[in-house]
Structures are given as C-alpha cells and as structure tokens.
Design a protein around this ligand. Structure first.
Ligand SMILES: [Fe+2]
Length: 310
C-alpha cells in the first residue's frame, strides 16, 4: 500500500505544477525522502525542458537519413551485407563498453544492473517469472523469437545460441558471410570505429555522471524507432529477394526497447534527485554520445552510396 492514494497524488502534483513527474518521484517528495522536495522538482522540470530542447532534438534521434532510406527496402544484397558487417562490429564492441560500465559502476546495484545487460548480451536468457512455453526443439533453445525481453539473468540459463552476436551471425551466414567476415574491429569503417570508441569512452566512462548521460542519450536513441525502420526495410528486402533472412535479432531488440523507454524518465529523475547533476556536463556528454551515434549512421549512408544499388 502506498502512503498516499493515486487521486491525492494527482491533486498534489496538479496544485504544484508537477504533473509530468513520475509517481515514484512524487511519492518520494510526499514522503520527504532525502534529496526530494517541491523546489527541486520544479528545477528538475526546467532541466527536463532543457534536455528536450538541447539534447533530444539531435538529428540522429529526429531524422536518420540512413534508416529512412533502409526502411524503403530497396537495398541490394551488397548493401545489406555491408550493413550487417558494420552492425556486427558494433554488437561486439558494445560488449567492451558494457563491461567497462560494469567495472566502473559506483554501487553494487548499478553493477548488477549493468551485468544484467552484459550477461544477456552474451547468452544468459532472462527469467521473466512467467512460465515460458516449453521449447521442444533443441535447435530453438535461445531463439530470439522465443526468449523473454524482460526479467533477470539471475538464475537464468546460459545458451550459446542466445548470444545476440550469434543471432546476427545467422543473418550473416544467410548472406554468404563467414564467421571471420564479421564482428572484428578490422571489418569496421572509420565511422563505425569512431562510434564504438565513443561508446567505450562515454557509456563506459569512469565518471559516473558521464556514463549516465551517455546511457540516457543511447536509450533515447534506441527508443526513437530505428529498430522498426530496420525491420520494415528487411521485411521488404525479404519479400523482394525471396531470401527469408531471420529478423528475430531486430524484432527482439525492438520489443526490448519498447520496455526500456518507460524506464528512461524514472531513471533520469532518480539520478537528478539523488545526485548532484551538472546540467551543462550532462547535456554536453549526451550530445557527444549522439554525435558518435550519428557518425555510425552517416558512415553506413556513405558506404551504401558507394555500393551497387538494387
Ligand atoms: Fe543486444
């Protein structure tokens, strides 16, 4: 039972112009938790508007030229191959960034939250608490069409086949690429490498607030709809080419992001109320991270223009 009912919480928020705050923060203010007050909440909302104006309007969130083209589904086999190769490098280098985030966590809870992502990425299936449908075909253990997008890796089962890289590898193989054609730094374009290194530097930063700003930026980018654009494009490509590439790597991540998006605001509020956030630094680091993301997509866009089109 909460100390205050939902209706009174809404009244409390309305009277103080705090309607856009999450119920978690409102409850913390009512309860007088350390760091939480009406005055600080009002300053947070001013910061939140600044984030909308100065960070979330970044072109990589608002308008992504590459995914807008990709979504039309008119890519040639060479262009799809090149895309999968660059994505596979990002997928592997993300492990390095995520491991740094684990190591640089400044609390046990933070370390565990980062390990959830890392362990899941390398193949530990989330335990969602719901009873999963029994997988009778051993070939489908770890299949992204079947594994959960929520829950915890604690007590979860490790499957080689549940590694996200292996999901990508299936697509690569269908495209005629071998294990050694994907995933390594030497397969990357300079733009992809710049992005991966920015992820390691910022998302995996030793500075807690830098890593949080980069996480916030990355999560907002991921929730902005690029997964859906990639899925649409690949679905059309499959229809046109009759190739039947497995898309579950993409549909799984799209489902995952739909859940993350709900938590992003809660996490930002928690950070702001419980830490001393330097607003200018947060916006600067967030933008640096999004510039890295933009470099990745710009690199893909430049590369596809040099390849034979369909
Ligand atoms: Fe992943």
């Amino acid at each position: 039972m909460s100390a205050i009912g939902n209706e009174s919480l809404k009244d409390f928020a309305r009277q103080r112009h705090l309607e856009s705050l999450t119920p978690q923060s409102l409850r913390a203010i009512v309860a007088g938790r350390t760091g939480y007050s009406v005055a600080r909440a009002q300053r947070f909302l001013a910061f939140r508007s600044r984030i909308d104006r100065e960070l979330l309007c970044h072109r990589t969130i608002r308008a992504n030229r590459y995914t807008a083209w990709f979504r039309e589904g008119r890519q040639s086999l060479e262009q799809v191959r090149a895309f999968i190769v660059q994505f596979s490098v990002f997928s592997n280098q993300f492990l390095v960034a995520q491991l740094q985030k684990v190591i640089n966590a400044d609390s046990l809870a933070g370390m565990r939250a980062s390990k959830e992502i890392l362990a899941n990425e390398i193949g530990v299936v989330f335990q969602s608490g719901r009873k999963a449908a029994a997988v009778t075909d051993p070939d489908r253990e770890g299949d992204p069409e079947l594994v959960s997008t929520d829950g915890t890796v604690d007590g979860g089962v490790f499957r080689f086949r549940a590694a996200h890289f292996e999901w990508l590898l299936h697509i690569a193989e269908k495209l005629g690429l071998d294990f050694n054609d994907v995933g390594k730094r030497h397969h990357a374009t300079p733009s992809t490498l710049f992005f991966c290194d920015e992820l390691i530097r910022l998302y995996g930063s030793e500075e807690y607030l830098t890593s949080q700003a980069a996480s916030f930026a990355v999560e907002n980018w991921a929730a902005a709809g690029f997964w859906k654009e990639l899925i649409e494009g690949l679905t059309r490509f499959n229809e046109g080419s009759g190739m039947n590439l497995p898309l579950a790597f993409f549909t799984w991540h799209d489902r995952l992001e739909a859940q993350h998006a709900r938590h992003t605001q809660e996490e930002l509020e928690k950070l702001w109320f419980e830490r001393d956030v330097d607003e200018d630094c947060f916006i600067r680091d967030g933008n640096c991270m999004l510039d890295g993301v933009a470099a990745f997509w710009d690199g893909l866009d430049a590369q596809r223009r040099q390849l034979p089109s369909a």
